[in-house]
Design a protein around this ligand. Structure first.
Ligand code: 5GP
Length: 211
């Protein structure tokens, strides 16, 4: 019997290495689907439309909100980011564990809408590591780095609202931990309601037959 996939929300400060960890996870394990978000921010060098994000205009984004095409959306450092609903629903139905890589505000909105979603926060081994990684990436201006560090300090206050944390010291190790955590969710009673019901009904039927 096909188990519905889990909806996994992964957040972490900018620069913590979510992208590298997810790349390692997808390279080493099957059964995952990555939800590509829509955003109004400009592509960074190397980012591809439809792969990293759907890069859309503010007008198009507001139309998506009005048409109820988004599972959630938020404004982050002066841009809109949102999760297209249709892809997530169909992949969950097909049994994939769907990963949303989104910030805190959107994550908490998901928890309200989809109570059995799993919220995981990725932390750096230390605050200094985070600052060094952000500076080392070399893709943002000092002003944007400062804004992102400020935002990280604000977000750190909300980490306790997540279900789990993973620490990214080594990306491959972190990917393995993430995989174990996500796969364990497949054994939750809530993810196996139809199977449990089938066993209960079959047991009743077999007991009656034996009378
Ligand atoms: P970046 O500009 O660095 O790609 O992303 C900035 C922040 O927006 C990150 O924390 C990222 O996880 C978050 N983000 C990306 N997509 C979405 C989305 O669809 N919804 C929400 N709420 N946040 C998103």
């Amino acid at each position: 019997m096909k188990t519905r996939g889990s909806l996994i929300v992964l957040s972490g400060f900018a620069g913590v290495g979510k992208g590298t960890v997810l790349k390692s996870l997808f390279e080493t394990h099957e059964g995952y689907a990555y939800s590509v978000s829509a955003t109004t921010r400009s592509p960074r060098p190397g980012e591809v439309d439809g792969v990293h994000y759907f890069f859309v205009s503010k007008e198009r984004f507001e139309q998506m909100i009005a048409n109820d095409e988004l599972l959630e959306y938020a404004c982050y450092v002066d841009n809109y980011y949102g999760t297209p609903k249709a892809y997530v629903d169909s992949k969950l139905e097909d049994g994939f564990d769907v990963i949303l890589e989104i910030e805190v505000q959107g994550a908490l909105n998901i928890k309200k809408k989809v109570p059995d979603a799993i919220l995981i926060y990725m932390l750096p081994p230390s605050a200094v590591t985070l600052r060094d990684r952000l500076t080392g990436r070399g893709t943002e201006t000092p002003d944007v780095i400062r804004k992102r560090m400020e935002r990280a300090a604000e977000e750190a206050v909300g980490v306790e609202q997540y279900d789990y944390i993973v620490v990214n010291d080594d990306a491959d190790e972190c990917a393995q931990e993430l995989n174990s955590l996500i796969r364990a969710q497949r054994h939750r009673t809530g993810s196996n309601k139809a199977f449990i019901r089938m066993i209960q009904e079959d047991l009743k039927r077999l007991t009656k037959e034996g009378d």
